[in-house]
Structure formats: C-alpha cells, structure tokens
Write a protein that binds this ligand. Structure first.
Ligand SMILES: Nc1ncnc2c1ncn2[C@@H]1O[C@H](COP(=O)(O)OP(=O)(O)O)[C@@H](O)[C@H]1O
Ligand SMILES: [Mg+2]
Length: 206
C-alpha cells in the first residue's frame, strides 16, 4: 500500500500553463468517464467505442483499461480487497492527471466496491461521469470471453467478482447501460449514449 496522508516537506510547484489554457487549446473540458461492471459486461468494448466516436468528432480521449494497466502500472497488484483498492486508487489518480491535461479520460475497470469508486469521484467533483454496465451475471457468464467464469465456477480462481466476491452496483451513477427487451444494445449505440451525455453537459466544447 502507498503511504497515506500529506507528505512532509514537499511543496506543490505551480506550472505556468494551467488546465483552462490546455482546455482552450483542445476545445473541450477534461473529465473522467468511469465505466464499472462485471467481467464480460462490455466495459472495454464500450470504452473503445466511445474513444473511437470521440476521435471521429475531433475530441481527444484516452482509454485507461483495467486489464491493460495490470500489465504495467499495476502489475504488482493482485485481486484481494486491499490490492483492488490500491488498483482503483492508482487509476483514479492517473485519470485525474489525464483530465487535468484536458483529455476525456475513459477508465474501464470492474471496480467492484462502491467505496473505492466514490473515492475516485471525490478526486474530481463535477468532472466524474460514472457509467454502470448493468448486464445480468448470466449474460456475462454466458459470454465468458476470457474463460474466467468457468475457472471461477471450478474453484480454480478465487475471489472472482460476481461469483465469490461481491459487486456493489452504483447508487447514483450518471449513466446506466442495460439490456432493452432482453437484448444488449450494439456497442455503437451504447457509446452514443455516453457521447450524447458528454455533449449535453458541455464537455466536448470549450
Ligand atoms: N454491446 C454488446 N453486444 C454484444 N456483445 C458485446 C457487447 N459489448 C461487448 N460484447 C462482447 O462481450 C464480451 C465481453 O466484452 P468486454 O468489453 O471484453 O467486457 P469487459 O471489459 O467488461 O470484461 C466480448 O466478447 C464482447 O465482444
Ligand atoms: Mg475489459
């Protein structure tokens, strides 16, 4: 775990160019789109689709995908509760930097615990858009694109979210993606829902 609290004898150095100037340059407002949901719910798919749609309309974005970050920044962390908390804390801090850089930062990770997500939201009040991939466990498990549910059911993976570790759904998310008439919307439709929200809230212009 990282050390908590205020570091002693370390001072903040203010840089000449600030967030507002960067946002003016980019013609958009930095923010974090935080996609949470079960494994296999479509978080990475949505993140990439949102990134593509934003790019096509001239907005600069960057995807922080949980699985990808575990290859580098977070490769020292596992899946026990405190490692998950540290994983989320780091991604929250990095996402905050990207938003400060003026980008639309899209973070896609299971982030199963409400407390950890809320801590990230607290880093960026008014610039944190929580997207809940509200897909039934049965749908995710049937997809099982990574074969992990099978391993979890066989007891070969312990502490798997949705099987033997809890997923705490958001209570006040900005966007909820769910099935319609028992069918999951196509990725471009889900992404459109997010992009429309960003447009309506004024994040895509300066
Ligand atoms: N809107 C969708 N409709 C149908 N299948 C989807 C949709 N979104 C994702 N999928 C499929 O579900 C599987 C899991 O998606 P993925 O984005 O990897 O989930 P996660 O990142 O949440 O684990 C993939 O095989 C993907 O192609
Ligand atoms: Mg993924």
């Amino acid at each position: 775990m990282s050390t908590l609290g205020k570091p002693a004898n370390i001072f903040w150095h203010e840089c000449a160019v600030g967030r507002h100037e960067r946002q003016k340059l980019l013609q958009q407002k930095g923010c974090v789109v935080w996609i949470t949901g079960l494994s296999g719910s479509g978080k990475s798919t949505l993140a990439c689709s949102v990134g593509r749609q934003l790019h096509n309309r001239g907005n600069l974005s960057y995807v922080l995908d949980g699985d990808n970050l575990r290859h580098g920044l977070n490769k020292d962390l596992g899946f026990k509760a405190e490692d998950r908390a540290e994983n989320i804390r780091r991604v929250g801090e990095v996402a905050k930097l990207f938003a400060d850089a003026g980008l639309i930062c899209i973070a896609s990770l299971i982030s199963p615990y409400r407390r950890d997500r809320d801590a990230c939201r607290a880093l960026l009040p008014d610039h944190f858009i929580e997207v809940f991939m509200n897909m039934p466990l049965e749908v995710c498990e049937q997809r099982d694109s990574k074969g992990l549910y099978k391993l979890a059911r066989e007891g070969k993976i312990k502490g798997f979210t949705g099987i033997d570790d809890p997923y705490e759904p958001p209570l006040n998310c900005e966007i909820e993606i769910r099935q319609m008439d028992g069918v999951c919307p196509a990725p471009s439709i889900m992404a459109g829902q997010v992009v429309t929200y960003l447009e309506d809230k004024g994040f895509l212009h300066e």
